[in-house]
Design a protein around this ligand. Sequence first.
Ligand code: ZN
Length: 409
Amino acid sequence: MVDAATETATETARQAAIAAIDAGAEGLVRLSKFIHANPEVALEEVKASAACADFLDERGFAVEKAVAGLPTAFSASVGQGSPHVAFLAEYDALPNLGHGCGHNLIAIAGIGAGLGLAAALPHLNGGRVTVFGTPAEEAVGGKIVMAEAGLLDGVDAAMGAHPGTIEAVCPTVEGSGEALACISVEIAFRGKSAHAAADPHNGVNALNAVITTFNGIDALRQHVKSDARLHGIITDGGDAPNVVPDYARAVFFVRAANLGYMHELVDKVRRIAEGAASITGATLELALPESANSDMITNYPIARGLKRHLDALGLEMPEAKPEPASGSTDWGNVSYVVPSVETAYPILDRVCTWHSPEVVAASDSELGYANTLLVAKAMALTGIDLLTDPALLAEAKDAFERERAARTA
Ligand SMILES: [Zn+2]
């Protein structure tokens, strides 16, 4: 039962959140424009992470920089105890492109939501909000490192927002908001150089081993589940046509609907590479990173709450529908630790190719900033719901436990 006095306090909290984001809007947009104008790639986000952390520090957050051993990660907290709601802010750019994924907007969506929920806290019965600065989404995945370091332990819910086209949706229904588990597999071969015409019989061709690996993976592709994706490039393929390459290297991404099947496929890829080594006589060096991107467990109870606020604020989007995952994100690893939602939202009034100059422009556009601030408000209001509605929090936790158990069975 919610009594009238509690409901009045909650309404005051909502108004405080909206007012704080409105009051902070100019500063948030300035911060985002600074990140956009100074694009820094994964793990080099020195200016962006400092600007974001200092912005929150100046507004009363307790900031810790370089968390989880990542120089460009940070955490910024207000309040204490539980529930503890987190907003995740990304800020890395793409090499040779700039902010072609709009992470300068993701940064202020999370930071703006943090400002809003922090302003609401004095009107509520305790609780805590943390903004995490999560670097290198486009490369190693800062969130993977941060989740493994235990930074998200004790957090009750995590939210973030990713820009998209006019087709962007908030993942409210079963089967939406999926992402593929993904790992990079480095496959190198060492052979023996020789003159390619004079004495090829003395050579061991490392490039042939790489090509044989590609052919083996092409053959495997017919026999994998439809959600699996195997794709690679050759990074080293020899230096001159008249020298038998003594070294060649390829890097593959292996993706699947869950970590279990992904690891099965990695084993098959390993056996193919071993076969290629055996065929050519080259020596295989196969390397895997310590951890992979997990698949994504979207928390639908939280997503539905968020969608209601997005609708009420006038940020209308198409209804979500079950869709096979097409990409991977380090959000997946967060989603195995904390009930998580990463909503998409439009910064364009049309469809376009992502990671493109068009997106660079949209990430510094009036529509981009306006919709990002609306999403920040909706996330702050959802945070208030989670802090004031034990039933919603319980429903979110139930859904999280159930789905995680099903996926790790
Ligand atoms: Zn992105």
